[in-house]
Design a protein around this ligand. Structure first.
Ligand SMILES: Nc1ncnc2c1ncn2[C@@H]1O[C@H](COP(=O)(O)OP(=O)(O)OP(=O)(O)O)[C@@H](O)[C@H]1O
Ligand SMILES: [Mg+2]
Length: 351
């Protein structure tokens, strides 16, 4: 196990900058999840840590060691890819032991490590099969096993569950989390999945365009996003946004309705802001922002209602089961303490 620290990491492909001055300290044993839109540089960052890409500036430390010029095989990390990348002509046992055999590890150690990992992952009955004789979920487990047997300092995962169906994803997610709790190996995990990010991470790193936007515990990011980008990226359904202008202790929305602001909002009269309200924090009231129901979606545990209000398409999540039909006119409000205020020019949080 080891800490990982990135100092001003910079990466270009030809003239195009893909990672701009990335600074990040990952503690020994931590499970860090990287999220961000497609193309923002998540895989490039993982591959740089693994040594599969050469960085153009900055430093990467794994434990005490600066690894900028250390070959991938000597960095003592194990990477699990979305594609699994199993050797098709080798059975499960040989796939799992391959990297150890490549290092000429003693046969007894290989047998012991493969056996321990296959027991942990429930692969004992599949050891003689070829990858093509396995289901997607089983292949994923073999890829995990291949990483585990190396007993690395750090695990790197690049969307390892994205080829699985929703149910299997949820099972594997729980298993990977349990595995981390027992192995306690430092892990860096890339995903597109909101639920994976929220549930697995000790800390989430939100990236966009090669820049880190915010780093924090899942609920910290959810409750206090540092800017509009993070506010819109974390949470599903996404946060509602309203353009507004500060009018005394209230925010004046595009349709003229007024919303009371949280006391903590550091704003000035006439300032242009963006108001953010999560779907579960919007409520129906007698007065408030007038809206028209567009779509009602019963989800069982909750009801998702889409409305047009204050010149925006708005989502409201109700835990009760409101009786509504498209075209119904309703009023919306939120408690001041549930309102996020961002400066419109800088995009930064001001409360
Ligand atoms: N070998 C390469 N040569 C040139 N450009 C590359 C190369 N690899 C990646 N890029 C570019 O670098 C940027 C970041 O790519 P990267 O694969 O890191 O994104 P990502 O965040 O992992 O995206 P996704 O979520 O789609 O996997 C993209 O614009 C991509 O086109
Ligand atoms: Mg990627």
């Amino acid at each position: 196990m080891a800490s990982v620290s990135l100092r001003s990491v910079h990466k270009k492909f030809g003239p195009i900058t893909v990672l701009q001055s990335i600074d990040l300290d990952i503690e020994d044993g931590e499970f860090v999840v990287l999220v961000g839109p497609s193309g923002c540089g998540k895989s490039t960052l993982l591959r740089s840590i693994a040594g599969l890409e050469t960085i153009n500036g900055g430093e990467i430390h794994i434990g005490e060691r600066q690894v900028n010029h250390v070959a991938p095989k000597d960095r003592d990390i194990a990477m699990v890819f979305q594609s699994y990348a199993l050797y098709p002509h080798m059975d499960v046992r040989r796939n799992m032991g391959f990297s150890l055999n490549l290092r000429k590890s003693p046969t007894r150690m290989v047998v012991e490590r493969v056996s321990a990992a296959s027991t942990k992952l429930g692969l004992n009955s599949l050891l003689d099969r070829l990858p093509k004789q396995l289901s997607g979920g089983q292949r994923q487990r073999v890829a995990m096993g291949r990483a585990i047997v190396r007993n690395p300092q750090v695990f790197l995962f690049d969307e390892p569950l994205s080829n699985l169906d929703a149910k299997l994803r949820a099972t594997m997610r729980t298993e990977i989390k349990a595995l981390h709790q027992s192995l306690k190996t430092t892990a860096i995990y890339v995903t597109h999945d909101q639920v994976e990010a929220m549930t697995m991470a000790n800390r989430i790193v939100v990236m966009s365009d090669g820049v880190i936007q915010q780093v924090g515990a899942p609920l910290e990011l959810y409750d206090r996003p540092a800017n509009i980008f993070v506010a819109g990226f974390i949470g599903s359904p996404t946060m509602n946004f309203f353009d507004a202008v500060i009018d005394g202790k209230q925010a004046g929305l595009a349709d003229g309705s007024l919303l009371a602001l949280p006391a903590s909002a550091a704003v000035t009269e006439g300032q242009k802001v963006v108001i953010g309200i999560r779907p579960e924090h919007l409520h129906f009231t007698d007065t408030g922002i007038p809206g028209t129901v567009v779509v009602v979606e019963p989800l069982g545990m909750s009801t998702q209602v889409t409305l047009d209000a204050a010149r925006e398409r708005v989502t409201l999540l109700a835990l009760e089961r409101p009786v509504l039909a498209p075209g119904d006119r309703k009023h919306l409000t939120a408690r001041p303490q549930d309102i996020h205020v961002f400066d419109r020019a800088s995009g930064l949080r001001v409360n």
